[in-house]
Design a protein around this ligand. Structure first.
Ligand SMILES: *Cc1c(COP(=O)(O)O)cnc(C)c1O
Length: 372
């Protein structure tokens, strides 16, 4: 079976974990701080990010720390992983689903504008399939409407926009380092922000609200006499995770990014010849593609998916729109583009260990499956 996504872990990650295990300090410590500093250097951000134990935790803490709470509304594209919605509702705020653009699958600002009310506090763009779209227009929209921006950049680590790395500019940016993302810590996430006060508060909030505990932990110590002023969570990263992440980060530009870019470009080039396949807009010069969604037209997606699976090619579906989930459904709302994409999108294998042979097999099988 050719897998749709996978972690790529080698001897260096294993050695790094072993070193942490030998140190016998497994929680959050100096390794996590080193990873944060290396992430800052890589992204070129003004401040180091705050590392946490998942992308969902990163989003939850970012939303909470921007003082978004019960009674507030947050604009979010329906076409995203349920994590984005859960992170909003975890704060008590209401996720307000918006439709997406037919061109690129990113939040449709016209629909978002229609959904603004007095309660709207923030917008969470999702960098679907790593593409940033017109991020300048999004920030301009946020500014005009006095909204905070929390970027769900779970797909977008390593990418850049107008020459600047994602995470180095903007408001508050959340990454995921789960098992299949562009780099992994096993599980993990990070929050970048242009606001140092937001980062300081998140540093406390990830450690149950224990004030200034992060500084102690970086020295492999912890606070015993402390104060707590805000709601916190046990969301910190462990040194085991950070050790994996540090090695992964060192491999991104040399190995992972070029492999992802090469096959994403090759798929487009090859599959373009098939008239029943279409693509969402992207820019492979500047993004590190996390997934490879294709649009299968004429109602053929499910049959193709079944055929590929039968022939040993695993595929995915990103995503079931959140407005179709019982928890988030709003009666009477229509999302024509999200629902059309939900019927058409098929994610085909893309990860750094896809081989030329896999690529040939997958593309031949797609052509054959559609001709059946
Ligand atoms: C992976 C992902 C998340 C959540 O990240 P986790 O690390 O899995 O918690 C959020 N949003 C999107 C779009 C994702 O793909």
């Amino acid at each position: 079976m050719i897998r749709v996504s996978k972690s790529v872990i080698g001897p260096k990650e294993k050695k790094a974990v072993e070193e942490v295990l030998h140190r016998a300090f497994l929680g959050m410590g100096e390794e996590t701080q080193k990873f944060e500093n290396e992430l800052q250097a890589y992204v070129g951000s003004k401040f180091p990010p705050v590392c946490v134990n998942s992308g969902t935790a990163a989003l939850h803490l970012a939303i909470q720390t921007l003082d978004i709470k019960a009674g507030d509304e947050v604009l979010v594209p329906s076409l995203t992983f349920v994590a984005t919605f859960q992170a909003i509702s975890a704060t008590g705020a209401t996720p307000v689903a918006c439709d997406v653009s037919d061109k690129n699958g990113l939040i449709d600002l016209k629909d978002a504008e229609r959904k603004i009310t007095k309660k709207t506090k923030a917008i969470i763009p999702v960098h679907y399939a790593s593409y940033l779209g017109d991020l300048e227009a999004l920030y301009a929209f946020a500014k005009i409407n006095s909204l905070r921006v929390i970027e769900d950049a779970a797909h977008a680590f390593g990418g850049s926009y107008l020459g600047k790395k994602v995470g180095s500019f903007g408001d508050t940016i959340c990454f995921s380092f789960d098992g299949i993302k562009n780099i992994t810590c096993g599980e993990g996430g990070a929050v970048f922000s242009s606001d140092p006060q937001v980062l300081e508060r998140i540093k406390d909030a990830r450690l149950l609200g224990v004030m200034k505990d992060s500084e102690k932990r970086y020295k492999n110590e912890r606070s015993l006499e402390f104060d707590v002023v805000e709601q916190g969570w046990r969301y910190h990263m462990s040194d085991i995770m950070a050790a994996i992440g540090r090695v992964q980060l060192s491999r991104l530009d040399a190995e992972f990014a070029p492999a992802r870019q090469k096959f994403a470009a090759a798929y487009r080039e090859r599959l373009r010849e098939i008239k029943e396949i279409a693509f969402l807009e992207t820019d492979l010069q500047t993004v590190v593609p996390h997934i490879m969604p294709i649009r299968v037209l004429n109602n053929k997606r499910d049959a193709l998916r079944k055929w590929l699976n039968q022939e040993g090619v695993q595929t995915g579906m990103h995503y079931k729109p959140n407005h179709l989930l019982s928890k988030y459904a709003q009666p009477g709302e229509v999302f024509p583009v999200s629902e059309k994409l939900y019927e058409e999108l098929l994610t085909i294998p893309l990860h750094p260990e896809v081989t030329m042979e896999d690529f040939e097999r997958i593309t031949v099988l797609i052509a054959r499956g559609l001709a059946l």
